[in-house]
Write a protein that binds this ligand. Structure first.
Ligand code: SF4
Length: 714
């Protein structure tokens, strides 16, 4: 029998299947007290439908991240100026439960917050929702997905009446026109891009347009690169719509029978003629017109987007205006066509299913819906009215809650806000004021551990069993096949034990993660993400499976949503958005004349808790940098490699210059990965601000105004 384990890559939302084989030297497998051990061999799983055996450098090196700087035992301290001391789980649980009970007395349930992660497995998410939203009665659970894809969620909900990307990856090979906006897919979702690039190269008829202020590796591969001025996405999208309308290239029958609000949309669009749009976006009118022409003549159109659209103060409107183009041309509900958000994290989709944001409940229910709250209360056997009727604090509201004193306990799990939050100096100052912070993570040190009173060691990929859902709604079982180091435990186990100690023994009856998943699937009955036909055993026996998968469902993979053209609004129609472009929340001005945009690099992942500990990836991307256009650099007399001070209204940092024509004039770029542990004063979020989309509350991490000063002149 093979000792290879099939599992999933725990990095990005592509969700590539992996096969892990044990180290060559048997007998040296991991010992819980000593994590120096031969490294497991990891390869792509050819049978996985999403990735077909492909894997990028992150997936290929994942097992190298398991052995260094692991948090092995609970650690505690009374004050942040004290060193941590090792504690037993009993001591740690007692501290946490005592403090929760104190905060319930002093602040009420609203004083307790948990900030979780798209790195959670669905079981972790689900147990956390039950603890916070059900047992404690606060909706103050938010995840770092708030910073990642919450605009896609609110865009889908507003346009279609329910969340969920309607496409699947097999659409890539069926499309005739790929429209990529605000996504550097080649670096951030490389395996999807491999499939797309292959398809594009193979067929002359297939066209690709990339919209990005940077000439990224993705833009390099495109037929047209629309290097728009940051903040002009809605102008561009409305400009394409204008041209489609003017040419009469719309699907009138689809619009009439399947949509609403089209007249309001056309009223808005008439203000976006091509000459004005091209000038405002900083692109050629010919390229704009060619893009609209390809949109109007292609049989099947797929659009992709990720952070460049979502991380914006008008993120939801941008998402909806991408969807508008599909609605006006009937490009949805069939193979090769549809709007497709690319999720950043491996299980941000599972988080959406399990209710892992401050405004939702498990099974794509909303906290503001009384009937849906009552359903969950009943299923959780909790008193009527236990679940609070309003949204809880979002990620950023937890930070501002620390400033105002309304947060008495902050529990941070599998995420690193001391690097990833906007306006980082303000974030760090708020974390310093936290009366009690728990940081539950697989690694130590992290930048966030500095602000914790209790550290809890979490097991991670390969050490715990659970499921994850990728960007195309494919659910994969990720089994444990190694022992966790030291006394690390699965996140769901920790939440369940705290729940039991708070008196909720019945609610936390689970013995295994399969029990947790079984309960979650029951709650999904009749919901858009119905997975009542799934269980750990089913996924083990049948392999990766797409949702919806109700009991008795025969199809495992290759499903699309809305094939019957029935949407989830009460009138069963998809709704056009009708928004004008508002532009950036902080546009450049004479004092801060550059737009700084942030982004990801091929090898690194988020705040480098894993990839910073993998030598091959560190060698690939050793240091942060700032990309500056040659003409801007010449004007400021900056040489390549020279240190440049970046100043925004909130912070200052120093980066070596990378002078390149790949960035627009007037725009500069820094990667978002480095925190102070790896490169002091080179953190992208020193500069960013807290303005957020009013619908999704996702911060505008992609753009802020800065000035540049060569360090030699200071
Ligand atoms: Fe992992 Fe994403 Fe790379 Fe696939 S593309 S191997 S999921 S990081």
């Amino acid at each position: 029998m093979s000792d290879t384990t099939k599992t999933l890559c725990p990095y990005c939302g592509v969700g590539c299947g992996l096969e892990a084989s044990p180290p060559a030297q048997p007998g040296k497998s991991i010992n819980r007290d000593s994590i120096g051990t031969p490294i497991w061999k990891v390869m792509g799983d050819k049978a996985h439908p999403s990735s077909q055996g492909m894997v990028c450098v992150k997936g290929a090196t994942i097992s190298e991240s398991l052995y260094k700087d692991r948090l092995m035992y609970p650690m505690v301290r009374d004050n942040l100026d004290q060193p941590f001391k090792r504690a037993t789980w009993e001591e740690a649980y007692t501290r946490i439960v005592d403090r929760i009970e104190t905060v319930l007395d002093t602040h009420g349930a609203e004083g307790i917050c948990m900030y979780g992660s798209g790195q959670f497995q669905t079981e972790d998410y689900y147990a956390a929702q039950k603890l916070l939203k059900g047992c404690l009665g606060t909706n103050n659970f938010d995840a770092n997905s708030r910073l990642c894809m919450s605009s896609a969620v609110s865009g889908y909900i507003q346009s279609f009446g329910a969340d969920g990307p309607p496409c699947c990856y097999d659409d890539i090979e069926k499309t005739d026109f790929a429209f990529l906006i605000g996504t550097n897919t080649a670096e951030c979702h490389p395996i999807i891009f491999n499939r797309l690039r292959k398809h594009h190269k193979k067929h002359d008829r297939v066209k690709m347009v990339v919209v990005d202020p940077r000439r990224t590796a993705t833009a390099e591969a495109a037929d047209i690169h629309l290097a728009i001025t940051p903040g002009t996405d809605i102008d561009l999208l409305n400009g394409i719509a204008y041209l489609l309308l003017r040419a009469g290239k719309i699907d009138q029958q689809f619009i009439e029978s399947c949509t609403s609000n089209f007249p309001a949309f056309t009223e808005v669009v008439q203000h976006y003629p091509p000459e004005i749009v091209a000038s405002k976006c900083g692109i050629s009118q010919a390229d704009l017109e060619q893009t609209a022409k390809w949109w109007s003549t292609s049989q099947n159109i797929l659009s992709f987007w990720s952070m460049g659209v979502n991380q914006s103060s008008e993120g939801t409107a941008k998402v909806r205006h991408i969807i508008n183009l599909h609605l006006m041309t009937g490009q949805i509900g069939r193979p090769g066509a549809g709007p497709f958000s690319l999720t950043g994290q491996p299980n941000a989709m599972g988080g959406r299913e399990a209710g892992g944001l401050a405004h939702i409940l498990p099974g794509y229910r909303l906290v503001k819906n009384p009937a849906q709250r009552a359903e969950i209360e009943k299923l959780w056997n909790l008193p009527e009215g236990r679940i609070a009727p309003t949204s809880g604090k979002t990620a950023w509201e937890m930070i501002t809650g620390l400033e105002t004193g309304s947060v008495g306990l902050l529990w941070i799990a599998a995420t690193n806000p001391a690097v990833s939050m906007p306006d980082l100096e303000r974030t760090k100052a708020a974390l310093l004021r936290s009366p009690f912070t728990i940081h539950q993570d697989a690694y130590y040190p992290t930048e966030t551990a500095k602000y914790a009173h209790v550290l809890l060691p979490a097991s991670q990929w390969s050490e715990k069993t659970g499921v994850m859902t990728n960007s195309e709604r494919t659910i994969t079982l990720c089994p444990a096949f190694r022992m966790p180091p030291g006394e690390a435990k699965a996140d769901w186990e920790i939440f369940a034990e705290v729940g039991r100690r708070l008196g909720f023994k019945e609610q936390f009856w689970f013995q295994t993660s399969a029990d947790v998943y079984a309960e979650f699937t029951k709650l999904s009955a009749g919901r858009p993400c119905d997975v009542t036909g799934l269980s750990h055993q089913f996924l083990k026996d049948n392999g990766p499976t797409q949702w919806p998968h109700p009991t008795g469902c025969k199809t495992q993979y290759g499903k699309r949503l809305y094939t019957d053209l029935q949407f989830n609004h009460p009138d069963k129609r998809a709704k056009f958005a009708a928004c004008h472009s508002k532009g950036l929340a902080e546009p450049p001005d004479p004092d801060y004349p550059f737009v700084l945009t942030t982004g990801r690099l091929y090898g690194h992942w988020h705040t480098m808790s894993r990839t910073g500990r993998i030598p091959k990836i560190q060698q690939m991307h050793p240091d942060p940098f700032i990309e500056i256009h040659p003409r801007d650099a010449a004007r400021l007399q900056i040489e390549n490699g020279e240190m440049v001070e970046i100043r925004s209204r909130r912070g200052t940092g120093r980066f070596p210059a990378l002078i390149t024509a790949a960035i627009n004039r007037g725009t500069v770029f820094v990667p978002m990965h480095w925190g102070e542990l790896w490169a002091k004063d080179a953190e992208a979020n020193l500069f960013t601000h807290d303005a957020a989309c009013p619908d999704s509350l996702q911060p505008e991490l992609k753009a802020c105004a800065v000035q540049l000063v060569p360090v030699k002149s200071i």
